[in-house]
Design a protein around this ligand. Sequence first.
Ligand code: NAD
Length: 297
Amino acid sequence: MGDAFIIDGCHYAGEIERKLKDFLNSHKIETLRLDVILVGDHKPSEIYVRRKSEACHRVGIQVETHKLPETIQEQQLLEHIERLNKASETNGILVQLPLPAHISKQKVQMAIEPLKDVDGFHVENIGKHVSEMKDGLFPCTPQGCLYLINQIYPDISGMDALVIGRSLVVGMPMSHTLLQADATVTTAHIKTKNLSDLCKRADIIVSAAGHPNLVRGKDVKEGVVVIDVGINRVEAPDNMKAKITGDVNFEEVSQKAKAISPVPGGVGPMTIAFLLVNCLKAYCLQHGDVDFDDFKF
Ligand code: NAD
């Protein structure tokens, strides 16, 4: 093949943002608000939080970032979350990961009020996702990946999908999302022995391992659709900037793929777009007067 369609996440994220902005305007939703907690000085986290905040501003969501010191005690952080849980003006709460080692990620995720949990990491929301209950908040990245896949295949029923990675943030909810869209799903992980064979069988590959060059041209079949979630910092020779790459060898795989999402500019912007969508959904779940199903994206 050699002429793979490049799935432009910036383009689709822009479309979602425009629809969201119109929806907020037409429904006169002026007070939708996200509170973001950023602990410590982790540089990539600062960049992600800034991008999320800028996206909120673009669509008309109020956003406040609470920058807390690296040394904050777990209990103080939990109390901060509790104040936001109780604050009627706060519709969404997001705690940027990773957290310092002395703080339990699980306790923090469980502390967030499920109706405000716009990352969808609370067990109540995970349970609702797996049980296919619609009134939950579900992880942003898998929603963004399915949206990109649906640009190529509106119906993936019966197709062979391979998800590489099984984290609670991406891999696991991605597999459930694809299953719910009636794909036949295989989940691979660090202990999987025959990854190359599994890749060769797949019509759709979503790679979320955090491992550069994990998927090579020789591993995939002609016409595969590839969604690359990985974000890997690859050091460059002296005097050159480090490069961000995905898990997939783009040059090789794009020679055989029907469509492929690039890194950067693929899944990243979609994750942010679906964070905004989740903020609207949180608002709708909290205010019975606006129906989330009226928002078409
Ligand atoms: P994680 O480290 O929690 O999980 C990685 C998963 O990949 C694990 O289940 C592990 O078993 C599997 N894995 C690792 N190496 C493997 C290998 N060689 N073969 C097969 N499986 C392997 O990471 P995560 O939070 O799930 O994130 C995964 C990647 O996606 C990271 O690079 C992360 O930066 C990126 N990410 C991107 C976005 C985005 O919006 N683009 C969002 C979240 C995560």
